[in-house]
Design a protein around this ligand. Sequence first.
Ligand code: CMC
Length: 391
Amino acid sequence: TGAFTYDPGFTSTASCRSALTYIDGDEGVLLHRGYPIGELAEQSSFMEVAYLLLNGELPSADELGKFETTITRHTMLHEQLATFYRGFRRDAHPMAVMCGVVGALSAFYHDSTDIHDPQQRMIASHRLIAKMPTIAAMAYKYSVGQPFLYPDNSLSYTGNFLRMTFGVPAEQYEVHPAVEKAMDRIFILHADHEQNASTSTVRLAGSSGANPFACIAAGIACLWGPAHGGANEAALNMLHEIGTPDRIPEFIARAKDKNDPFRLMGFGHRVYKNYDPRATVMQKTVREVFDALKVSDPVFETALRLEEIALNDSYFVEKKLFPNVDFYSGVILSAIGFPTSMFTALFALARTVGWVAQWNEMITDPDQKIGRPRQLYTGPTQRSYVPMSKR
Ligand code: CMC
């Protein structure tokens, strides 16, 4: 052992100072640069939130216009990257493709990898935010065997992403305004969440001086896990498996059984011991999308009923387990037309904003040093090597 504080899962360690995002988990409060997530989700746009997180203040109309133009200029991918996609199997998980392609960006954009130059850091940040929709849409197109679509810079950030995903060259793609709004809001809800596992991964990778593309690829890898960003995919799969509300008690019983590894996906949070404010907006958005598209999905009824039963069950009440951001997002995303395998890729797309903002904050922090935790050693004490003949 050593004279170190033992804190597995970093439940009581502040790894950095940050002025980006504030969470009060007991009260269910989430603020970005002081602004409540509910207000941003209702009144702002994803590009405005990206500007806010990166620069600290809401932009003026002029500043936002310039920012959007800058992002628009970086939406295209190096043409050689299309070849890179073709090396993957068609049934590759989009997150596997995203990890690879984003990691490979550093091989294409050498001119924005000097992390000590603020100008280059900003260009790399803009490139990542701008290229993520293109990269995610191409992962989808590749999986369904349709041609890649180039970005259309006359569209909004989110409208362009929807077109690159669902459009085909043979037809004019009309972006549905309600879907565009819902998608943009989902991006806002995922933009940042202080020192979550993937953001901490980005910071840790960045603390060694690694280039930003490599750092974001590390974040994507971490986000993929079902305890983190992969929960949206797992939550919808779970709701389908439950099927009808009459089977909910069976799954609730399984979630409570300590001998069963099953957990209610989309439930519980390390920080929120109250309703996740993002889940509130998400649930409302399900209804808006259903109304706009004139669709419904029995899985939503199952989700609502599951929430109701869980929130009245002493196990979930005592452990303060509430729906989190991932519980309802899958219902909306599948109504829009995304396969479950794309859900976490969309989370990665949006979280890229938080990752690059946090990475920039870290690089400019005078206290910044390489992240290097210690351990409590539990192995054997020193002993002499035993030759093979004596073992
Ligand atoms: N279903 C059943 N029991 C649960 C659940 C759940 N979803 N979540 C936590 N618990 C229990 C857990 O078994 C433990 O019980 P006990 O104290 O008796 O051992 C207690 O609640 C505390 O759980 P924990 O695992 O110690 O808490 P944590 O802070 O380490 O984990 C979590 C947080 C989010 C990983 C966990 O709640 C979980 O696995 N949830 C399901 C996956 C999920 O929805 N993840 C998305 C998180 S939000 C978006 C994101 O971060 O990407």
